[in-house]
Structure formats: C-alpha cells, structure tokens
Design a binder for this molecule. Structure first.
Ligand code: HEM
Length: 317
C-alpha cells in the first residue's frame, strides 16, 4: 500500500456549525426546467465559497456564513453523485388537528451574519449569478429578538448541542461514506397567533414549552401517557441514546401587517430524527396529544434538503 493510498482524503464540511447571529436570511428557490438552468445552478453552487469569501472579508467581525442545501428532486436531476441515503422530499404530516405542510424547494441558502447589509449583499450577488435559472419560493429575513427569544417570548435554542457533541449530531460519518461531512436540514415557516397565545396565563405558556419564561429553567416531563410539553416531545431517545439536532430558529415578522413568525431550521446527521420530532409534535405522543405550540403556530411551508460537504459543492462545476 502506498502512502498516498492510505492517506485519508480531507473532506471540508460547510459551516453548518456557524454561530447564531443577529440576522439571517432564509432563501428557498426552485430551479427552472432545462439543461441550461441546471448548468447555471451547478456553477453558481460551485462558486458559493468564492462568493462567501468576497462578502465575509468586508467585515471580519461579522461572522458571515452561508450554508447551501439541495432538495431531493434537484439532487436526482442534476447533481449526478451518489444520493444521500436518507434524502427524500418532505413528507406531509397530518395529525388529528394540525398538519405539517410540504412545499416546493430545490435549493436552500441559509445566509447569516451580524449584519443585515452583508446578508443582503451576498443574496444580491448570488441572485445575479443565478439569473433566470431559478424562481424564488420564499425569502424570509429573521432577526435576533432580545436574549435569543422567539416571538412567543421564550428563549429558543438553549438545548442545542455544544462542543464535540455538535459534529456528532449534525455530521454524516461512516454510515454513508459517499456523503461524509454532509448534513440533512429541514425548514418550516411558522406563523403565530399571538393574540391567542397572549390570552394564556404565563404558567400555561410555560407548560406548553416545558421551560419557565423569565429564567428559562427546564420543567420536569409529564408522566407517561399525559400531555407532554414541546421540549419533551422534541426529545428523541432510542436505545438509551439521545439524538440531538442543531437549531438556528429566527423570529421574523411585520407588526404593520400583523405577521409574527418563527422560521424553524434544524440540521441533523440523521433525517429520521427530525421526522420523529415532527411526528411526536403533529400526531402526538401518545397519538392525539399533539404539541400545543401548534395551537398557536401554523406551519406554512416544509422542505427537506441535503447539505453536501464544501468539498462536494466545490466539485460541481
Ligand atoms: C426546544 C421553540 C418548532 C425541535 C424548544 C424551546 C423553545 C422552542 C422555546 C425550548 C428552549 C430550547 O431548548 O431551545 C420553538 C418554536 C417552534 C419550534 C417557537 C415553532 C413554532 C420546533 C420544531 C422542531 C423543534 C418543528 C423539530 C422538528 C426542538 C428541540 C428542542 C426544542 C429538539 C430541544 C428539546 C430538548 O432537548 O430540551 N423549541 N420550537 N422545535 N425544539 Fe422547538
């Protein structure tokens, strides 16, 4: 065996683990029909790292990062590499009362930094490159709300993995060697009924979420078989192991048009973990006892993407 054969090929992942910032733009696109559009998109994807450098360098303190996700149908259509094992379109999840809608999306750009203008500039240059090869499905601008609160008023993101646990929960390893260094990502755009939510007593809000509102202290799980909090329903344990995901949710909205929302974005090494969370939230655990956060939050979109390694992305040209 030669030295070069035994050397491990370095795989660089995308900046899935980039820090939570003051501002983020979530851009979901579809790719128009035709080979020409597919070619344009491949070459734009291959140069995302150059575009990132270009914008990030203009303020090195702003923690600029962009992660790119590719949808299942787009992968089949023009990526031409082994398919990530778990990748498939977002499956609509219909509970007795609430539905997690499935919506279109070939590409996701999760653009984030401390500065709205940097995000804007990146998106502008990106859209110039993509030109008429794509159509915009949704563009949402999220912002940091006080001490990382959502618009329901609760601190959102506390239970995220930290340190070495991050890579373990978000990054594909030997279970899918062709796609090592990649992650799955699911996005859902939620609109809140804030009037209804504000009608609840604080203690009732706290039991919906599973944490106290002011101090963010975790509450105990309800006994088995009873109504669980959001926190408990979103905790996935299998064979004694807990499976975490990395969430970078952001509030968005416009008081002038009475729009108040949470953009949910979850990264995971295993797509089934996020799907299990959605099942427990929408169908309920036990079935019928759904997540009461949904009585005040409507999922208007739902899309699944695969985030290839930066190495794979750069190879698409
Ligand atoms: C926890 C808000 C949707 C997964 C939490 C917490 C809040 C929150 C306030 C407690 C603090 C924390 O640990 O972050 C929201 C809002 C949502 C939403 C406002 C949309 C309306 C979702 C969805 C999923 C999810 C769709 C997964 C599919 C989780 C997980 C935790 C969590 C995994 C941590 C559970 C734990 O281990 O303690 N969420 N969430 N959330 N949420 Fe959500």
């Amino acid at each position: 065996q030669t030295a070069s054969m035994s050397r491990r090929v370095p795989i660089e992942s995308q900046r899935v683990d980039a820090p939570l910032t003051q501002a983020a733009t979530f851009l979901v696109l579809t790719v128009n029909p035709g080979d020409e559009a597919a070619r344009t998109v491949r070459s734009a994807l291959a140069s995302v790292s150059d575009l990132t450098k270009n914008v990030a360098f203009r303020d090195l303190n702003a923690s600029f990062a962009c992660t790119v996700g590719i949808g299942s149908e787009a992968w089949d259509r023009f990526i031409g590499l082994p398919k990530p094992r778990e990748l498939h379109p977002f499956k609509e999840m219909k509970g007795a009362k609430h539905t997690a809608a499935s919506s279109p999306g070939d590409l996701l750009f999760h653009i984030r930094s401390e500065r709205r203008d940097l995000n804007f500039e990146f998106e502008r240059q990106l859209m110039d490159q993509l030109g008429d090869a794509v159509a915009v499905v949704d563009e949402t601008n999220g912002f940091r709300y006080f001490d990382v609160r959502d618009l329901l008023g609760f601190v959102d993101g506390t239970a995220n993995p930290v340190g070495p646990a991050v890579v373990d929960s978000i990054m594909i390893a030997e279970e899918d060697t062709a796609n090592m260094g990649g992650s799955y990502v699911v996005v859902q755009k939620y609109l809140h009924n804030l009037e209804g939510w504000k009608g609840l007593k604080i203690e009732d809000q706290e039991s919906v979420i599973g944490r106290t509102k002011l101090e963010n202290i975790e509450l105990d799980d309800a006994p088995d078989g009873q109504q669980q909090s959001h926190k408990s329903l979103a905790t996935i344990e299998q064979d004694g192991q807990e499976y975490d995901i990395l969430r970078d949710n952001m509030p968005f909205g416009s008081p002038g048009s009475k729009e108040y929302g949470t953009y949910f974005i979850g990264y995971s090494r295993h797509l089934w973990v996020i799907e299990k969370m959605l099942e427990r939230m929408f169908i309920g655990e036990p079935p019928g006892l759904h997540d009461r956060i949904l009585d005040y939050s409507t999922a208007t979109t739902g899309v699944t993407f695969f985030v290839p390694s930066a190495t794979t992305l750069a190879s698409l040209d």
